[in-house]
Design a protein around this ligand. Structure first.
Ligand SMILES: Cc1cc2nc3c(=O)[nH]c(=O)nc-3n(C[C@H](O)[C@H](O)[C@H](O)COP(=O)(O)OP(=O)(O)OC[C@H]3O[C@@H](n4cnc5c(N)ncnc54)[C@H](O)[C@@H]3O)c2cc1C
Length: 517
């Protein structure tokens, strides 16, 4: 059975060899102008010194205290998580990891956790970038991580309605392979697709890589089934739409494992996409590209891909030479003709000063594959002593220019003279867009946490001051709490606390996420 890397992205059997790592590091260091061409090696699993578990395991439950499982479930995969794991630092390993195979086993684990007074941390792919799966005990005697990975099947397909019942622990490739056997797709591709799970997507309101149409997983949901901390079933009706009061699904979406554990969901699926048209468009500056994106979505066009990257990011990612902002434009459908929409989008780009090269970039598979490989590069950068992290937001079009300028300026001030702050627009709506910032800089080895926290605080404050959201799709977890608490309406926070108290009276589920422990 393949094992995940206990510290980085992907699986142990895909890690680069020492020679491959050195070659990649040399190329990256030359390109960036910083970072060591002699990458360090991570602390191996057998050298880890994890604190001893605080509980003994009962017989008959799917539980382990194996070092690999405890390290893997200690924290997610933010830049700082990867740095910590690389150095062999796992400050919050769970006391045990449960892997239930069905809801009965899940209930038995929850019963045991209640008897042993353990916090319960639901885990899917463990790719949280906001401290969402740190196995913190809060006020409890210990913590058990509940991995949903053994529940990963597509259980039913309704071809007539175009929906499938999928278990929460299925990763992107696993559910796509099973849907593919029916000629169907969920058509949801976040960058963490390879490792993240349906349950994690629902619990974090994840965003896929398509720029328009359903951007968040929320809109693909027909109904959700979950088990509460006290073992109660929560299942909404399968409906194409419903006006019956506040939506039960919407309460679970984005609940980040604090209200219930999602076990399965009916999801809207589509025939596989066959038709594609793509172009890459160069703009003299970012503002001209943003004007084109706005014109396209306000015209009613819905390109699958409409990702604008600034000139500096284009150069950093080898997409351009740094002289122009680039728009990756693509349309796709499962049969409907695309020529008219594509031609109109191209005209709107040209009207806004764009230089269009048809047939490159676009919505095709090669662009998507490059996008999905990026997480592996980040591990190499950590080994080279390079900080590389992203943060994202959303803002209405009328405030975009001031927003980007204010956030980029505050981030650069906190970063200092070395390194790069770049921006792209990942999603486009008729009334606004989602700016996504990347920071790449020499890391202060050994002081990465202080270095990144200073930057993140400056950026988070600037985002809120300029009217944006602390997250468009990365979720809140623990790391975004200071800004989320300022952003959400007070009465809403009161209502959320009351919902938590009703569903999870011992505050066992993921203490400290979304709400105080
Ligand atoms: C390199 C990289 C790229 C990324 N790209 C994207 C992207 O393109 N779009 C995006 O939206 N996010 C992205 N993320 C963030 C992350 O992948 C998402 O938040 C994802 O939805 C998490 O899914 P997961 O299965 O890994 O969940 P986990 O990390 O395991 O858990 C995330 C949260 O959901 C809860 N949870 C998990 N499963 C369940 C369940 N069954 N029931 C209840 N609660 C549950 C956990 O308790 C936790 O609070 C990226 C992360 C990385 C490291």
């Amino acid at each position: 059975m393949r094992r995940r890397s206990h510290w980085g992205w992907g699986y142990e059997d895909e890690r680069p060899s020492a020679d491959e790592l050195r070659a990649a590091a040399a190329g990256l260091a030359a390109h960036l102008g910083f970072g060591s061409a002699e990458p360090k090696r991570p602390v191996p699993l057998d050298a880890l010194r994890l604190p001893p578990p605080r509980v003994a395991l009962p017989a008959g439950l799917p539980l382990t205290q194996d070092a690999h499982a405890r390290a893997l479930h200690s924290h997610g995969r933010s830049y700082l998580d990867v740095v910590r794991g690389f150095r062999g630092r796992f400050p919050h390993p769970p006391d045990a990891v449960a892997t239930p195979r069905d809801e009965d086993e899940l209930r038995a684990v929850l019963d045991w956790a209640a008897q042993a007074d353990l916090a319960v941390v639901p885990v899917g792919g463990g790719t949280s970038v906001v401290g969402g799966i740190d196995a913190r005990a809060g006020s409890h005697a210990g913590a058990v991580s509940v991995s949903m990975r053994a529940m990963r099947r597509v259980l039913e397909v309704d071809r007539v309605s175009g929906a499938a019942r999928i278990q929460a622990g299925a990763t992107g490739p696993e559910l796509e392979e099973q849907l593919g056997a029916h000629g169907l797709t969920l058509r949801f591709f976040p960058q963490s697709f390879a490792l993240a799970t349906l349950g994690g997507w629902l619990a974090t309101r994840a965003g896929g890589h398509f720029a328009t149409g359903p951007t968040h997983v929320d809109d693909l949901v027909e109904s959700i089934r979950a088990i509460t901390a006290t073992g109660e079933e929560w299942e909404s009706r399968r409906l194409p739409g419903s006006g019956a009061g506040p939506s039960p699904d919407r309460l679970l979406l984005g609940s980040e494992g604090t209200l219930a554990i999602v076990t399965e969901a009916w999801m809207r699926v589509l025939p596989r996409q066959r038709e594609r048209r793509g172009a890459s468009v160069a703009f003299p500056d970012f503002a001209a590209g943003a004007a084109a994106v706005r014109a396209i979505v306000q015209d009613g066009l819905r390109p699958a891909n409409c990702r604008l990257i600034d000139a500096r990011e284009a150069a950093l990612t080898f997409a351009g030479d740094g002289s122009a902002a680039l728009l990756v434009l693509g349309f796709e459908s499962s049969g409907a003709p695309l020529d008219e929409a594509f031609a109109r989008a191209v005209r709107l780009c040209r009207d806004n000063g764009g230089d269009v090269t048809e047939g490159r970039g676009g919505a095709g598979a090669s662009w998507r594959e490059a996008f999905l490989r990026i997480p592996y590069v980040r591990d190499t950068l950590v080994a080279m002593g390079v900080m590389s992290e992203t943060f994202e937001s959303a803002i209405t079009w009328d405030r975009l220019d001031a927003f980007v300028e204010g956030v980029a300026h505050a981030t650069r001030e906190a970063l200092g003279p070395d390194g790069h702050v770049t921006v792209r627009l990942t999603h486009a709506y008729p009334d606004g867009t989602a700016p996504y910032f990347t920071v790449v800089a020499p890391a202060r080895r050994g002081a990465e946490e202080e270095q990144w926290h200073a930057i993140k605080c400056a950026a988070g404050d600037a985002i809120l001051a300029a009217g944006g959201t602390i997250t468009h799709h990365h979720a809140v977890g623990r790391d975004h709490r200071p800004w989320y608490d300022r952003q959400r309406p007070g009465p809403f926070a009161t209502a959320l606390r009351a919902a938590k108290a009703a569903l999870d009276p011992d505050a066992r589920l993921n203490p400290g996420v979304l709400l105080d422990a």
